[in-house]
Design a protein around this ligand. Sequence first.
Ligand SMILES: *Cc1c(COP(=O)(O)O)cnc(C)c1O
Length: 398
Amino acid sequence: MTERFTGSFTQQEPIPEEGIAAAVRVMQSGRLHRYNTVPGEVAETVLLEQEFAASVGAEYCLAVASGGYAIGTALRACGVKPGDRVLTNAFTLAPVPGAIAGVGAVPVYIGVTEELVIDLDDLAAKLDQASVLLLSHMRGHLCDMEALMALCDAAGVTVVEDCAHTMGATWNGKPSGTFGRFGCFSTQTYKHINSGEGGLLISDDAEGMARATMLSGSYMLYTSHAAGPTPEEFAELRYQTPNISGRMDNLRAAILRPQLADLAAQAGRWNALYDVMDAGLRDVPGLTLVSRPDAEGFVASSFQFLLLDWSAAAVAEVQSRCAARGVELKWFGGAEPVGFTSRYDSWRYAASTPMPASDRVLAGIMDMRLPLTFSTADCALIARIIRAEVSAVWQAGN
Ligand SMILES: *Cc1c(COP(=O)(O)O)cnc(C)c1O
């Protein structure tokens, strides 16, 4: 009998009971806005900021409306202006070039390696084209962060990290998001903690964070930001910084706090699923697994493999055969953007020059989420299905 997978790649776990109870308390209070507190009360939003800052060892944290908003705010706080160029990854998702375009700036794409990280040689060659790098740790793959920071520091390029897929991850033990001037996280449903929409911005830079806080719509209430800079930092900025409202509310923060407390345990569960996928897809002719350096402490909420140098028709054949057995693979090489997936040359509002070496990698990337509603047995089954279908198409001559 042909095995079929019947689970859903988009089904998250429920919000923990503790989060639901906290959310109900916030709703009963009626005080959902972060600045609406009674004397002596510390808003859930502020508590979340303090807890997140402590969890990554950052000086400051600001909770905002989305990951994309966190990125846009970080770029603004770094002084990115309309018409400026911003370096970023060719292998990423639409909110990243979108955040750059949102501040009127222009993305300059840096290539991707077979390890699915930013190509440091390509970066070195383009560092003179911009003063900010928006580094996307796409699908949770971390590049050699010491090497990247050394390159950027030497060139005077400010780094903003997009950590939408690396909440809880580390490089040589240092949390992702603490290398650059800002780290930007998302709490959207498909990320590592789930409030539907939401974002977290971290930094050790007092002036940058004061700017970001004013930008997020703090009015003159920034003194309540216990995980924010001291009031002196706002003395001048408060008059100079526009309010571009994008705050997080107490309801989302209440839902997120118990999830944050659970993050390390959840990361362990994600990585157990990943290990089963990785083991199940070893030694499949034509299929390349992504090697991961020892320095990388990853949180594998998704899984990628490569069908390098396969024809588009053969990749599409693997995709449709797997889909027929319930395994939805996303393909970054597809000519048309589909679902959440798109390629740098499909963002036509931002001109790009062809990058043949990266195009070869992108054309081979197969991607899937590993939601925690999957069991290790589910992952073993998914791996068996992929192994069988990749082998069948490979043997037929791709
Ligand atoms: C989800 C995501 C974002 C933005 O997060 P939102 O909260 O959805 O705005 C940024 N970068 C990447 C790579 C993402 O996947």
